[in-house]
Design a protein around this ligand. Structure first.
Ligand SMILES: O=c1ccn([C@H]2C[C@H](O)[C@@H](COP(=O)(O)OP(=O)(O)OP(=O)(O)O)O2)c(=O)[nH]1
Ligand SMILES: [Mg+2]
Length: 144
């Protein structure tokens, strides 16, 4: 799909790393590096502005390598970019490790997956259909 984008960053547009990747890696666009102390969070700019077609959203997800090696995650994971959002895409990183982590300019900090979504219209009802699960949840199907 074609998506309008304005790239005000110093870096190339995000791209898929392999032909069947679901996500495109997003790079930090920084004047200077950010040092994240343990449990500290920061809203990291990307310099990207996009215009998604109606009925689509972009999800901002953590990168597993950063999470595994450095404990870097995203506070609001997955972040949601609405189709009508025209501001800069930012990534809310958090350092879940016990050591400082430096976010460098140009570093791949997250990945963005574009997905379709439905728009719900409520149909108010007095009862719902009966199912095998019923109201069971939170581990109701087994001890572990
Ligand atoms: O990780 C994120 C999450 C959101 N946004 C932008 C795009 C999104 O369309 C907008 C609003 O996000 P959200 O609805 O999650 O935030 P909110 O706290 O509900 O704010 P608002 O009242 O503006 O909707 O902020 C980002 O740039 N990065
Ligand atoms: Mg909102």
């Amino acid at each position: 799909m074609l998506v309008n984008v304005i790239n005000q960053s110093k870096h190339a547009l995000p791209s898929y790393q392999t032909s069947s990747s679901a996500g495109m890696d997003l790079r930090a666009n920084l004047e200077e590096a950010i040092i994240l102390k343990p449990l500290q969070r920061a809203l990291v700019p990307t310099g990207l502005f996009i215009e998604l077609p109606q009925g689509y959203e972009a999800q901002i997800r953590p990168r597993s390598g950063l999470a595994y090696k450095h404990g870097i995650s995203i506070v609001n994971s997955p972040g949601t970019i609405d189709a009508d959002y025209r501001g800069e895409i930012k990534v809310l990183l958090v350092n879940l490790s016990d050591q400082n982590f430096t976010v460098e300019d140009g570093e791949r900090i997250a990945q963005m997956v574009v997905a379709r979504h439905e728009t719900v219209e409520w149909q108010e009802s007095v009862e719902l259909t009966t199912t095998e699960r019923g109201a069971g949840g939170y581990g109701s199907t087994g001890v572990k």
